[in-house]
Design a protein around this ligand. Sequence first.
Ligand code: PAF
Length: 299
Amino acid sequence: MMLTIESRRELQAWSDGERAAGRCVALVPTMGALHAGHLSLVETARLRADRVVVSIFVNPTQFNDSKDFDAYPRPMEVDLAACRSAGVDVVWAPRAEELYPAGAASWVDVEGLSEPLCGGNRPGHFRGVTTVVTKLFLAARPHVAVFGEKDFQQLTVIRRMAEDLGFGIEILGAPTLRESDGLALWSRNVHLGAKAREQAIRIFESLALAESLLARGERSTATILEAVHKKLGEATLASIDYAELRDPASLELIAEAVEGPTLLAIALQFEPDRSVGRDAAEGLRGERVRLIDNRVLIP
Ligand code: PAF
C-alpha cells in the first residue's frame, strides 16, 4: 500500500527503517503534474531500488517569475493516483514552511556549471534547484536519486553537488521520453497552441540534423550551429534562447571543432499562439512556453 507522508521527520524515520532493514531506497524528486516522463523516472528507480519515494513539491525558489510559480499546475489527486498505479511506495508532499522555515537563509550553490545555458536566462534558478534537492536528499536519505536527461544541465549540476558535498547518493539519469513526433514530454506542452505545437518539432529536427551532419563528417561548430539555427528559425512563433555546443561534463563551449562527445543544448521560447483562439479560451493568453531539449552528439 502506498504511504502519503507530509512531515519530514516521518519520512526520515520511514527511510531509516528501510535502510536498517537493508533495503535500497530511491528518490524521484518532482514538482508534480506528473506525466509519462516522470513515470519513466519511477520505472528506472523501481529497477534499481527496493523502495521508491516520489517527492511532490513546487519549489518557489527556482522560479524567476512569481506568476509562473502561481500558475504551475498542482493536480495532487491525479498525481497520487498515477503514483499508486506506478507502484510508488511513498509520496512525500511537504508543506513549503517545512522546507523553507521562516527566516530561511541558507543556500546551496554550484558555481560555474549553474551559469551558462538555462542559468544565463534564469538567474538564481539552479541555486533554487540545488538548495531544494539538498533538502529533499536530507529528508528522504535515499541511496539513489533519479533525474531526467531532458534537463541535462540540472542533472550535471546535481551530480557535481552530490560529489562535492559527499552525499553518498548515486545520481541516475533517465532517458528523455518523447511524443510520437519526437517532442520531449513535458507538463508545459499542453500550453502550446496548435500552431506552436506543430512548430515545436523543429527542436527535435534540429537535434537530428546536427547528428546527421556529424555522421556525414562535418566537424565545424560554426557550420553545425548555422544549420541548427536555420532549422529552429522555421519556428516563427518562437525565439531562440540558446542553441549551443558544449562539453557534456564541464559545460564549456566547444570553440571550433567537434572532436569528442558534445552536448547540443537548445531552448526555444514560444509566444502564445493567439491564431487559434485556444489561449483565450483556456485562460492562457499572455503565457509563454519555454521548451528545452538536448542530445549528446558522438562524432
Ligand atoms: O526537475 C524538476 O522537476 C525540479 O527541478 C526538481 C528536481 C524536482 C527540483 O524542484
